[in-house]
Ligand binder design. Sequence first.
Ligand SMILES: NC(=O)c1ccc[n+]([C@@H]2O[C@H](COP(=O)([O-])OP(=O)(O)OC[C@H]3O[C@@H](n4cnc5c(N)ncnc54)[C@H](OP(=O)(O)O)[C@@H]3O)[C@@H](O)[C@H]2O)c1
Length: 222
Amino acid sequence: MASTAKGKVCVTGASGFIASWLVKRLLESGYHVLGTVRDPGNQKKVGHLWDLEGAKERLQLVRADLLQEGSFDDAVMACEGVFHTASPIVTKSDSKACQTLEEMLNAAINGTLNVLRSCKKNPSLKRVVLTSSSSTVRIKDEADLPPNVLLDETSWSSIDYCESLQIWYAVAKILAEKAAWEFAKEHKIDLVTILPTFVIGPNLSPELGPTASDVLGLFQGL
Ligand SMILES: NC(=O)c1ccc[n+]([C@@H]2O[C@H](COP(=O)([O-])OP(=O)(O)OC[C@H]3O[C@@H](n4cnc5c(N)ncnc54)[C@H](OP(=O)(O)O)[C@@H]3O)[C@@H](O)[C@H]2O)c1
């Protein structure tokens, strides 16, 4: 049931697995949601969003790409809060060529900075919530991370260790989150980071996205 009308918030990568749930919850709570997607005309990817309660009245989908500087300007300018969930896929199998890997890491870091640069241009923006990953804090050599140690805001995974294991997703998320904190401090942006572990559950979209497929892959052979 929709509650009383609230302000407008932006969700980047609105068609993604986590973002779709976020859009649903925000609409149910009465927010106007401005979702960014790479192709608003792709019904296979966005159709389920239009079926959500409140979508016809309070959802707007606009085109934006992490790789294009300024792409998020218009979306972010209209909002009081931003949930940044869009993220390029960086997996071992994708990183066949070093240049490709470099490009992917660059997309993760500069993509996040692109969104924050747009946020910086909006003086009435109250908060940015960045979906990072638990892989930014929990991956270290066992010698450096004894069992049951409490991880907190000062904890970071070891980039060297992630690189040695070729966990490029973690490398991308660590570098992107570090860059985001630096930028937010410099430009006084109120930033909150969320560090999910593995997230899976009912899929709002009929299509299984790449991250959800990867997570489900962990269960194969059990
Ligand atoms: N699911 C998990 O278990 C998990 C765990 C920890 C952290 N996270 C983080 O949570 C966030 C959401 O994850 P998810 O599982 O919901 O991912 P997802 O379903 O794969 O969604 C990712 C979204 O990012 C968008 N995207 C990719 N490249 C883009 C680009 N160049 N420009 C604009 N958008 C782009 C995709 O848009 P298209 O639809 O156009 O491809 C898609 O909507 C990510 O930051 C992920 O790293 C997820």
